[in-house]
Design a protein around this ligand. Structure first.
Ligand SMILES: Cc1cc2nc3c(=O)[nH]c(=O)nc-3n(C[C@H](O)[C@H](O)[C@H](O)COP(=O)(O)OP(=O)(O)OC[C@H]3O[C@@H](n4cnc5c(N)ncnc54)[C@H](O)[C@@H]3O)c2cc1C
Length: 385
């Protein structure tokens, strides 16, 4: 059945949904608030639970070989060099051969835009409000344009206008941590390894992104309304992380100081419904998560693949949406909850609690991490036809 589907938001979730829906012959337009599809973000971990779905859009091995670094192991460490035994991805039982990668967000975004086609993406269209009627949904944009759609997918991120139009305005829940990110032209000493270093109220990681480049991130605890001008970020980060091992200060120092990103980290508590008769939320608009497991974009990709499949199968959009939420909420909200807890533990600052955490790190068998990771990355949905 052919419907006119409007997707609000041209991020990873919205573009992936558009590409899948086009593949199944639907008439799709993506409305993106940004004036142009310009470069955004830094590195992103994309686990095999997401690359599995991207492979169905012909984003395959060749693409990853050209722009990404495969993830082969995982480790938690401390600034003193204490490390939990590495968990090797090859020891995790997975349903297929799909790999996980570190990739620059721009490269993935570009590949998705190519799949969708510029003709189907309307930039400079920031949704102002929407109204659902018997026959469809009326959309109004801040540039004065209006349009009608049979179905709307709200993929407009953490502060979703679609979500607040449907369910009211609620601020997201601040985690108490801010994250700095950057790309540096230095070669990684441990390509393929994801190592999170947890200190006192501080965390950091340096990850290979190609042969002679790394992507790094660093978090610290601070009030939600703290501002930190770009020109002070590099100097302050070098002060806070000066004696850290594993290339942390080197990576910060080798980053263009005008390109250090800073984001407060948020999630949202569960809500009972992500949809109405003709409108449904996906990705961060539905279930934003702190990025401690590197799963937010992966969940958005899973959502996009599933909702497209369900819309193809069901003549009534609301049935597709109800099945979608039924299949997705537990997985997504489990990740939101556990990611928040993992981040809270990683950011402990009291010397006593840090000592306790480090002691637990030393004693925990790596089987615990392996099991938790397996649950996250072996997900592949299956729906009854
Ligand atoms: C510091 C940090 C590190 C992260 N690292 C990872 C990682 O390693 N791996 C991972 O999987 N995830 C990671 N994430 C999470 C990931 O970035 C998000 O979960 C993911 O981008 C969600 O995709 P989305 O398409 O739902 O939303 P978004 O990517 O936020 O896209 C929303 C889009 O909607 C547009 N938009 C917003 N409002 C409107 C409007 N009113 N009208 C029209 N358009 C609108 C925006 O401009 C944007 O293009 C990280 C997040 C942060 C903050």
């Amino acid at each position: 059945m052919n419907r006119k589907i409007a997707i609000i938001g041209g991020g990873i979730g919205g573009l992936t949904a558009a590409a899948f829906l086009q593949k199944s012959g639907q008439d799709v337009v993506v409305f993106e608030q940004a004036a142009e599809l310009k470069e955004v973000g830094a590195g992103t971990g994309l686990w095999c639970n997401a690359t599995y779905y991207l492979s169905k859009l012909s984003i395959t091995q060749e693409f990853w070989d050209s722009v990404a670094t495969p993830i082969d192991s995982l480790e938690i460490a401390t600034p003193e060099g204490l490390a939990l035994p590495k968990v090797s991805i090859s020891d995790i039982k997975l349903p297929d051969e799909q790999k996980s990668y570190i990739v620059h967000r721009n490269d993935l975004h570009r590949a998705l835009v190519e799949r969708v086609g510029l003709d189907s993406i309307q930039t400079g269209h920031r949704l102002a409000c929407l109204q659902e009627t018997e026959s469809g949904v009326e959309l109004q944009f801040e540039n004065g344009n209006t349009t009608h759609a049979d179905v709307v997918i709200g993929a407009d991120g953490l502060r979703s206008r679609v979500r607040s139009s449907l369910f009211g305005e609620e601020p997201p829940s601040y985690s108490g941590q801010v994250c700095y990110r950057g790309i540096a032209k230095i070669a990684s000493e441990s390509p393929g390894l994801i190592r999170e270093i947890q200190g006192k109220g501080l965390r950091a990681s340096v990850l290979a992104l190609g042969k002679d480049q790394v992507y790094w991130w660093a978090t610290r605890c601070c009030p939600e309304d703290e501002s930190h001008p770009m020109e002070r970020r590099q100097e302050d980060l070098l002060k806070w992380f000066s004696d850290w091992p594993y290339q942390v200060p080197e990576a910060i120092a080798a980053t263009d100081p005008t390109q250090i990103l800073r984001n407060n980290l948020y999630d949202r508590p569960p809500i009972p419904k992500w949809y109405t008769n003709r409108v449904c939320l996906i990705g961060d608009a539905a279930h934003p998560t702190t990025p401690n497991f590197g799963q937010g974009a992966c969940l958005a990709i899973e959502d996009a693949a599933l909702i497209s499949e369900l819309l193809e199968k069901q003549s009534e959009p609301v049935r597709a949406f109800a099945e979608f939420q039924n299949l997705r909420s537990k997985r997504c909200y489990d990740i939101v909850k556990q990611s928040r807890l993992f981040g809270d533990i990683g950011a402990l600052a009291s010397p006593l609690l840090v000592q306790l955490r480090n002691w637990m790190i030393r004693l925990s068998p790596s089987a615990i991490t392996r099991r938790a990771l397996q649950k996250q990355i072996s997900y592949r949905h299956s729906i009854k036809h």
